[in-house]
Write a new protein. Structure first.
Ligand code: PEP
Length: 261
């Protein structure tokens, strides 16, 4: 399946929210709300426990499914972990890797993110790789250095053909779940940097096809102004993706912004 930055890409990370009935109810409503919104690529990222039933509920829908994390090994004695073939098996197309909450609370590093990206590709999953700076790093003027380091380490030993398929999510940590959003200018500055860094290191083709999402308190009211920016190709949405109507509204705003870019 091909994904493109010619249309907005809207992914909803549900984090540790929703039982199976709640998850199924949400995606049924989202499917109804998204009919006719062919201009957007939708992905829902439920907790592991709901993946199977969400996949069943979306069988006839273009809405795609992702997981929030995985282990890099194919199988083994890793209690509590989930492997790429299991995610494929349950109907996932995408997997989020290196979310800042995983880095902050569960010891995720760029080295493990790199191993997981390789494992995702080996099993036909599309990685959504999260990067972003803390408030302190931003205040100290280290945003670009931090993002550059995460990209370099996370992409180690991957060739241009693979890098082309990665979905990047720039998520300033200070904007996640806080209600604070990067201004369109702040976000564009980093997105522009990511694209030019990809061009410099991996070539213009990689840079021009890269899908670069913004994440951090995205809601219907700020989607249009963010998505109007040249290098912002979509959104990774947390809180506002939990309800079908706000998630669909974000997609509507994203389509409008794309049409007017
Ligand atoms: C996220 O979880 O990736 C996120 C961006 O969350 P929120 O939209 O709630 O800030």
């Amino acid at each position: 399946m091909n994904f493109t930055n010619k249309n907005p890409f809207i992914a909803g990370n549900w984090k540790m929210f929703k039982t199976i009935p709640e998850a199924v109810d949400m995606v049924q409503k989202l499917h109804e709300a998204s009919v006719g919104m062919d201009g957007a690529q939708f992905v829902v990222i439920p907790p592991f426990t709901a993946l199977s039933e969400v996949a069943r509920a979306l069988q006839e829908s273009p809405i795609q499914i992702g997981a929030q994390n995985m282990h890099w090994e194919e199988q083994g004695a890793f209690t509590g972990e989930v492997a790429a073939p299991m995610l494929k098996d349950v109907g996932c197309t995408f997997v989020v890797l290196g979310h800042s909450e995983r880095r902050q609370f569960f010891g995720e590093t760029s080295e493990t993110v790199n191993k997981k990206i390789k494992a995702a590709f080996a099993h036909g999953l599309v990685p959504i790789m999260c990067i972003g700076e803390s408030l302190e790093e931003r205040k100290n003027g280290n945003t670009i250095t931090k993002v550059q380091t995460q990209i370099t380490e996370g992409l180690e030993e991957l060739d241009a053909e693979k890098i082309c398929q990665i979905i990047f999510a720039y998520e300033p940590i200070w904007a996640i779940g806080t209600g604070l959003t990067a201004t369109p200018d702040q976000a564009q500055e980093v997105h522009g940097f990511i694209r030019s860094s990809l061009a410099e290191k991996h070539g213009n083709t990689v840079a021009s096809c890269a899908i670069i999402l913004y994440g951090g308190s995205v809601k219907p009211e700020n989607t249009y102004s963010l998505l109007k920016e040249k290098d912002i190709n979509g959104a990774l949405v947390g809180g506002a993706s939990l309800k079908a109507d706000s998630f669909a509204e974000i997609a509507r705003e994203a389509i409008k912004a794309y049409e007017e870019k």
